[in-house]
Ligand binder design. Structure first.
Ligand SMILES: *[C@@H]1O[C@H](CO)[C@@H](O)[C@H](O)[C@H]1NC(C)=O
Ligand SMILES: *[C@@H]1O[C@H](CO)[C@@H](O)[C@H](O)[C@H]1NC(C)=O
Ligand SMILES: *[C@@H]1O[C@H](CO)[C@@H](O)[C@H](O)[C@H]1NC(C)=O
Ligand SMILES: *[C@@H]1O[C@H](CO)[C@@H](O)[C@H](O)[C@H]1NC(C)=O
Ligand SMILES: *[C@@H]1O[C@H](CO)[C@@H](O)[C@H](O)[C@H]1NC(C)=O
Ligand SMILES: *[C@@H]1O[C@H](CO)[C@@H](O)[C@H](O)[C@H]1NC(C)=O
Length: 341
């Protein structure tokens, strides 16, 4: 089926987190892009705009950008959480800052879904959050497309837009959700995108960038810089916001999840993470598109189902389903206050 063509080890200052003041976390709300989306992008490209309480998880009839079930599905299983996944493949933090495909962004469209599902009488004096603030955590995992092709890495971002604007967008999204009553947040850092096939240094044409020819060395260097820079800026902002909310004493808190460090751990110590029928493979990818100019050929030459869970990556840009299971398990530990990332 048509696939949307885009789809620092940090010791935490505070270890005891969400469980302390609260009852059990029962719900997880997610915002993001194709690294998190299960089916919203496909639903939109199918001609149906996801409505209130949309919860579709389609495999095997349709799959997420990891080739199967996306990691929030596994997070729900591992933690017995109800998952509210508002992520959309191809999304950026704000279409006004780093426009790409125009799908619902974190700042506007994805938040509107959250309001539709969980806020009664929005915008009136009787506005009310329908979820118990103590019972849910918001996970924000965005930025890959903001720094990616047709934005920063190819120097195509709007002239007046800089990385701090993109970082502020993420922090503003947290503030907006906090204003609606949400209190527990995790912000996921960018992964080491320079380790993906797309940004790994190859100049070969890829399905995500068939033409014109590009300088893979330049992309690789630039992406290394972009990821480290955006992560540093957002991390510092998250720390400041957490301190601000803790000082305000309204129960608000925001944690940083070092997705970068966790992905490095998988990349450099794969044996404990990948369990398909062949030795772990963190440099290649299962899903193949033999002709970068013809997406209809994608799938020819894929690894077998038995081999799949040996791969860290599904394709040139997206983590595999097994990487997603690993991430889900670590995010579950994070929510329980037990993750070192
Ligand atoms: C898209 O439409 C196809 C064909 O009707 C269907 O099989 C698939 O489940 C739909 N996927 C989504 C995400 O809506
Ligand atoms: C899972 O969560 C549901 C709803 O929060 C709860 O009723 C059920 O007891 C939980 N199951 C387990 C095994 O914890
Ligand atoms: C909720 O209300 C605010 C304030 O009136 C408004 O800006 C926003 O667009 C509303 N959101 C939705 C999804 O209706
Ligand atoms: C590609 O970029 C690298 C790093 O910026 C540079 O050294 C190299 O000369 C470029 N190659 C071409 C063919 O432009
Ligand atoms: C690999 O491990 C995951 C748990 O992380 C498990 O769900 C999956 O079935 C395993 N894959 C294989 C091929 O055994
Ligand atoms: C990893 O997988 C790729 C397929 O994408 C393959 O070409 C490569 O040889 C594999 N590497 C190892 C070390 O097996």
């Amino acid at each position: 089926m048509f696939r949307v063509p885009f789809a620092l080890i940090l010791a935490l200052a505070s270890t005891a987190i969400f469980r302390v003041a609260s009852a059990r976390i029962t719900d997880v709300v997610l915002f993001g892009d194709s690294y998190t989306d299960q089916s919203r992008a496909h639903s939109i490209s199918n001609g149906t705009y996801p409505g209130k309480d949309y919860q579709e998880v389609y495999p095997p009839a349709d799959t997420a950008a990891d080739g199967g079930f996306q990691w929030p599905f596994y997070l729900g299983l591992y933690g017995n959480y109800t998952i509210w996944n508002y992520a959309v493949g191809g999304a950026v933090c704000s279409n006004a800052l780093t426009p790409l495909l125009g799908v619902p962004d974190v700042a506007v469209g994805q938040q509107a879904w959250f309001v539709q599902d969980h806020v009664a009488h929005n915008g009136t004096r009787s506005q009310r959050l329908l979820l118990d603030p103590a019972s849910f955590v918001v996970i924000l995992f965005i930025g890959t497309n903001d720094v990616g092709i047709n934005n920063f890495v190819t120097n195509d971002q709007p002239a007046a837009v800089s990385l701090p604007d993109v970082a502020d967008c993420q922090l503003d999204a947290l503030r907006a959700l906090h204003a609606l009553g949400a209190r527990h947040f995790v912000v996921n850092s960018l992964i080491p995108l320079q380790l993906t096939g797309l940004y790994g240094g190859s100049s070969a044409p890829v399905i995500y960038y068939p033409a014109p020819p590009h300088n893979g060395t330049a992309w690789h260097r630039e992406m290394t810089n972009l990821v480290q820079s955006l992560n540093r800026i957002v991390r510092d902002g998250v720390r400041a916001l957490d301190a601000e909310w803790r000082a305000a004493g309204d129960g608000g808190s925001v944690q940083w999840f070092d997705t970068y460090g966790f992905f490095e751990e998988m990349y450099y110590h794969p044996a404990g993470f990948f369990n398909g029928s062949i030795p772990a493979n963190v440099t290649g990818h299962c899903h193949q598109c033999p002709d970068p100019d013809d997406w209809r050929q994608c799938g020819i030459g894929d690894c077998t189902l038995e081999e799949r869970d040996s791969y860290m990556w599904w394709d040139e840009l997206h983590p595999s389903e097994q990487t997603g299971r690993n991430l889900a398990a670590e995010m579950h530990r994070k929510i329980e206050g037990k993750s070192k990332y």
